[in-house]
Design a protein around this ligand. Structure first.
Ligand code: T1G
Length: 687
């Protein structure tokens, strides 16, 4: 039963109870409608509605969005609550989000617990509030606050909600406080729907639209929410509610909502495989290497309460590592994530030393040193010698072969890859790389650390670049092919920014440094297929010292002050390389640039799926969105491919394959899905 009703004297207590977060499904809507009638059949002077467990209500059950709306519809239920002659009070004990917030807004009064949150985050699922949120919120807290709350979907805490006028009080025990409200006072509160709509404020609407263009580029729902609120000012409540509902239903069936719901549920499904043992307890972590990544990993671990022994090679390394971690702590203080005392606690839990023996109490050691196999082997030999036999050993390598690293240790079953993404304390993706001999305990430790750090864990097999970097390498390779064929870096970047990336591949390259790709290509020289097309433009950039931001010149020039400018010399350099290669360049239309880059990534990702490097298409979506900036509102690379259509993708790939059968060999997984009319998201390895 997802709605429980109990009478106590003149008070009716209604509890929303659908674990774990009281999502509002059909049963709860029906239960609420019956609760209105139940309360009106008794001699009550109020109904207090609250949530069981840690939430008030997490909103409409998004699992129901794929199907047609089922009666009773939430707007009708809330209309019954709002017009009931027994006034309802919302005792907001935990998160009241989306439809959960709308239940509260339809109540006559709202009392929040100090730790509760209230919000209308529907745009994060590609829809807008569909049960009165747009119309009731702006009547209660005014246009500007309602626009911010709805267009950006960020919840409010209790203090802010009280100040905004969304709630009447903040009390330690909201249920008890609701029961103490003076009946006369309660009856004097005007039902929300009877409140006047706010005056038109042109400036507020243009400001929010300007803000949306910067903060939510490409997303449709936020703009539709603003349109509904703007139109609502000129309509009566019922007409405005009808417009809101129609807009919600329209968006719910749209591509962006399907994509964002796919991401929402895929992210929550990213957990340790059910057959793994429980994660061993982690209290102390050793991190080897105090450079940017190592310091970021150390800081991430410190921030969740772990102790860290940060290992360096010598006194200079210790000094550098100390500076790097301190810089992150100071940044945390500046951003208000830390205060002086919590910063001191972090410092007290950190030891930075060149003595590996100091790390002997660590459950896990994470190597984040220079990306060279010999360096890693040497470090793992030292870890092997210094740490207990049950300490799990992880490498943060971005590309290198975990099995080769493990082979040098006494017990390869305790070796795995934990691939963090820079900045390691901010980026949520963690690729958990399973070597041929990685044991379950090591994997359980990896997933346990991911949960502690609130990372999105994705299990990956061993190959060059695992999941993300392998796709990214193919993306970068195709981009350079496009340069040779006629494009220029800034065109390619503009095309992919228009697609929804925050940055195109060339700006990203300048940010991370062109020497990283150069080193990887040199590492791959010995094994590269001699028949595979190779473009030396990026190599020439590095040979000429154009490494990107770190040398103030790369694909762009960086004249100082953070900006970037196009460098016409690049066009000459590309033209010269094309001349040497005997290639006649020609202008390439934007849609061809975009297609070739997306097809290259999709084909590579399908191979990664087919080889079992990734366990599901959804995992690849998580990697591309959380690690590489693929637009979330497109659902990740594989969801996007399914929405595009696998049959059309394979047709286009076949044409490219005819031109270059090595680079564009069509993935068997794509061919199989196209032939079977199957979505990539549904593809499963045989056996
Ligand atoms: N629908 C279905 N399932 C949901 C859900 C929802 N709205 N919210 C959470 N779950 C599941 C989730 O998949 C997970 O399942 C479990 O609950 C715990 O969630 C009409 C149309 C509330 C802050 O956007 O933000 O209302 O993995 O792991 O970290 O206008 O869940 O255990 O099987 O996230 O403590 C608007 C979405 C909906 C809020 C809790 N509401 N939820 O975070 O737990 S649209 C939202 C959240 C709407 C109305 C419109 C978070 C949370 P499983 P969790 P958490």
């Amino acid at each position: 039963m997802s709605v429980r009703c109990i009478q106590d004297g003149l008070t009716g207590f209604v509890t929303l109870d659908n674990p774990p977060v009281n999502a509002i499904g059909r049963e709860m809507r029906q239960g609420l409608l019956e609760a209105v009638a139940w309360a009106e059949g008794l001699n009550l002077d109020r109904v207090i509605v609250t949530g069981a467990g840690r939430a008030f209500a997490a909103g409409a059950d998004a699992k129901e969005f794929d199907g047609p709306p089922l009666e009773p519809y939430l707007p009708d239920v809330l209309d019954a609550i709002e017009r009931s002659f027994v006034p309802w009070i919302a005792a907001i004990n935990g998160v009241a989000l989306g439809g959960g917030a709308e239940i509260a807004l339809a109540c006559r009064m709202r009392i929040m617990g100090p730790g509760a949150q209230i919000g209308l985050p529907e745009v994060t699922l590609g829809v807008i509030p569909g049960a009165g949120g747009t119309q009731r919120a702006m009547r209660l807290c005014g246009l500007e606050t309602a626009l911010e709350l709805i267009a950006f979907g960020k919840p409010m805490g209790a203090k802010a909600a009280l100040a905004a006028g969304l709630v009447h009080a903040v009390e330690d025990d909201p249920v008890e406080a609701a029961d103490m409200v003076n009946t006369e006072e309660l009856l004097c509160v005007v039902p929300t729907w009877e409140l006047p709509a706010p005056e038109m404020d042109v400036a507020a609407f243009s400001a929010v639209r300007e803000n949306l263009a910067k903060r939510s580029p490409g997303q449709i729902a936020p703009h539709r929410a603003v349109e509904v609120m703007e139109a609502g000012l000129g309509l009566d409540f019922a007409e405005a509610m009808a417009l809101e509902r129609a807009t919600f239903l329209d968006l719910k069936s749209g591509d962006q909502s399907r994509a964002l719901r796919h991401m929402f549920f895929s992210e929550r499904a990213a957990k340790a495989p059910a057959d793994l043992p429980a994660a061993p307890q982690i209290t102390q972590v050793a991190v080897v290497g105090g450079g940017t990544m190592g310091a970021g990993i150390a800081y991430a671990c410190l921030s969740v309460g772990l102790s860290v022994v940060l290992l360096e090679t010598d006194a200079d390394g210790v000094a550098r590592a100390t500076e790097n971690v301190e810089r992150l702590i100071v940044a945390g203080l500046k951003r208000g994530r830390l205060d002086d005392s919590s910063a001191e606690v972090l410092r007290a839990r950190l030891v930075i030393t060149d003595d590996y023996g100091a790390a002997s109490g660590s459950s896990l050691a994470i190597e984040a040193a220079f990306e060279a196999m010999e360096v890693k082997k040497e470090i793992f030999a030292k870890l092997d010698a210094a740490l207990p036999a049950d300490t799990i050993l992880a490498t943060n390598t971005s590309y290198l072969d975990i099995d080769e690293v493990a082979a040098g240790t006494k017990d390869p079953s305790r070796v795995l890859g934990l691939h963090f993404f820079a900045p390691a304390h901010i980026m949520r993706l963690l690729e958990i790389v399973q070597g041929a001999q990685t044991g379950d305990r090591a994997l359980a430790m990896g997933f346990g650390l991911a949960k502690l750090l609130k990372k999105v864990p994705v299990l990956a097999g061993v190959c060059d670049g695992f999941i993300g970097n392998r796709i990214f390498s193919r993306y970068r390779e195709e981009a350079d092919f496009l340069l040779m064929d006629g494009a220029v870096p800034w065109e390619v970047d503009e095309v992919m920014e228009a697609f929804g990336y925050a940055m195109g591949p060339y700006e990203v390259g300048d940010l991370s440094g062109l020497d990283i790709g150069f080193a990887n290509r040199r590492r791959q020289d010995a094994t590269r297929d001699p028949k595979r097309r190779y473009v030396p433009i990026a190599d020439r950039m590095v040979n000429e010292g154009r490494l990107g931001r770190k040398t103030s010149v790369g694909w762009y020039r960086y004249p100082g002050g953070g900006g970037k400018v196009v460098d016409p010399l690049i066009e000459d350099l590309i033209a010269e390389e094309a001349h040497f290669a005997g290639v006649t360049r020609a202008e390439i239309p934007d849609d061809v640039v975009r297609e070739r880059l997306l097809l290259a990534m999709i084909n590579e990702a399908a191979n990664i799926l087919g080889e079992g490097i990734a366990h599901s298409a959804a995992d690849i979506d998580l990697v591309t969105v959380f690690g590489y900036g693929f637009p979330r509102w497109r659902g990740g690379l594989m969801h996007f491919a399914d929405a595009w259509g696998v049959v059309e993708i394979v047709e286009k790939l076949r044409l490219l394959e005819a031109q270059d059968p090595v680079v564009w060999a069509v993935s068997p997984v794509l061919a199989e899905c196209a032939a079977a009319g199957m979505a990539l998201t549904d593809w499963r390895a045989k056996g």
